[in-house]
Design a protein around this ligand. Structure first.
Ligand SMILES: [Zn+2]
Length: 403
């Protein structure tokens, strides 16, 4: 086995890396060969040679004349994204959602299936597989499958570490279940890492981003960090589990074994618990799921209900503490907050920013950009597609030259 610390690169690896660099640029925008040379530092001659191969493989096309750097007119190149599809699977506590996307993030079809948490895991897995097989039959140019599962997810074992209220699922080996089933590559990540990748690949941020942190605020609290295009994974792939960072060492015990974990203070279930305690009449049995319940609390706060405002305020403050830990640990350019609670961004953001301002050094506060996710598609689902997209763009000749 190669020691990662001293691994070298063979010529074939370098060729693939250069192809990947070009394809990754073209995933973001149309460019001329000169633009690519400028951005990658490759010589014009190298770019010409590499793009010729990519054109021959059908991965890239010429699109006629475009205006390049300094208004120079040159031939544009584009990625043939619509010919390469990925299937994204979001697996969560009460449902799974499967979508077909192309590698530019365009959604073709999506379907959500609810299941009972107590249901036999084999039955649910069979349903997921059946739907994927159906899609592979219909969409013949799928190049990979990406899957997002609740974290922490141990990639080597293929298993989810702690999954609240879903005991049977702890024993499921997701990697072998799904990799052995299909003749397409399957890539699995925890949900917050998937969300981070969705923001990295498909988010429209108004400045260049080097380090992006994604804070998943939904059924649980999680985070994912992408640094220069790479997910921060740690030894077992469970790095940046901000939800299980203790914010009160004497706080209540969490299922992970730690005490006073952030997740216990500002997840969607916690917001609902608070609302039910402080405003018992607000929620009742009227709503179908946690997302609707949280939205009802946000609406009440927007309508001036003081108790609802207090609930939202408390959640916002704790999300702020989470952001402070992320800022101090990773120094990101941007933190994007996504999932259920991002629907209350208009109310939560001011509280989050105020909390951060009180507690972090001014240089960090002044440069910190905190945003709510604006992807328009469930960021974990799009993230599952982004995980697959990222992998195939890293090895274009292996995964993209097959159509
Ligand atoms: Zn915990």
């Amino acid at each position: 086995m190669t020691d990662k610390n001293v691994a070298g690169s063979n010529n074939s690896d370098l060729t693939e890396m250069n192809r990947s660099a070009i394809v990754r640029i073209l995933q973001q925008k149309m460019c001329s060969r000169a633009d690519i040379a400028r951005m990658t530092g490759l010589t014009q001659a190298s770019v010409t040679k590499i793009t010729a191969v990519l054109i021959e493989m059908g991965i890239v096309s010429e699109v006629g004349i475009i205006k390049g750097n300094g208004n120079r007119r040159s031939i544009g190149l584009r990625l043939n994204a619509e010919d390469r599809l990925v299937i994204g699977v979001k697996f969560s506590r009460h449902m799974f959602t499967i979508g077909v996307f192309d590698i530019s993030g365009k959604l073709y079809t999506v379907r959500q299936t609810d299941f009972e948490v107590t249901k036999d895991t084999g039955e649910v897995i069979a349903k997921i597989k059946k739907q994927i097989h159906g899609l592979l039959k219909k969409y013949t140019n799928v190049v990979a499958i990406g899957m997002a599962v609740p974290g922490p997810f141990f990639r080597e074992k293929g298993r989810i570490a702690v999954i609240t209220a879903m005991p049977g699922w702890h024993d499921v080996d997701f990697v072998s279940e799904f990799s052995d089933e299909f003749d397409k590559p399957v890539f699995i990540e925890q949900d917050a890492n998937a969300g981070a990748m969705a923001e990295w690949w498909f988010g429209k941020h108004n400045r260049p981003v080097t380090t992006l942190a994604y804070l998943l605020a939904g059924e649980g609290i999680g985070s994912g960090v992408v640094d220069n295009g790479n997910l921060l994974l740690g030894m077992k792939g469970v790095a940046s589990e901000i939800g299980h960072m203790s914010i009160d060492v004497n706080g209540p015990k969490c299922e992970c074994g730690n005490f006073g974990c952030l997740e216990l203070y500002c997840s969607a279930p916690q917001m609902i618990r608070l609302a039910k305690r402080k405003i018992p009449k607000l929620l009742g049995d009227r709503y179908n799921n946690r997302s609707e319940e949280c939205n009802a609390v946000f609406d009440a706060a927007r309508g001036g209900n003081k108790k609802a405002e207090a609930v939202v305020d408390e959640i916002g403050r704790y999300l702020g503490y989470g952001c402070i830990n992320i800022l101090n640990a990773y120094n990101p350019d941007i933190i994007v907050i996504g999932d259920i609670l991002s629907k209350g961004g208009d109310l939560l953001l001011p509280v989050i920013m105020e909390t951060i301002k009180e507690r972090v050094v001014p240089e960090i506060y002044d440069n910190a950009e905190i945003e709510m996710s604006e992807l328009g598609i469930d960021s974990t689902l799009l993230g599952a597609a982004a995980i697959a997209t990222d992998k195939v763009l890293r090895r274009p000749s292996e995964y993209l030259a097959i159509v």
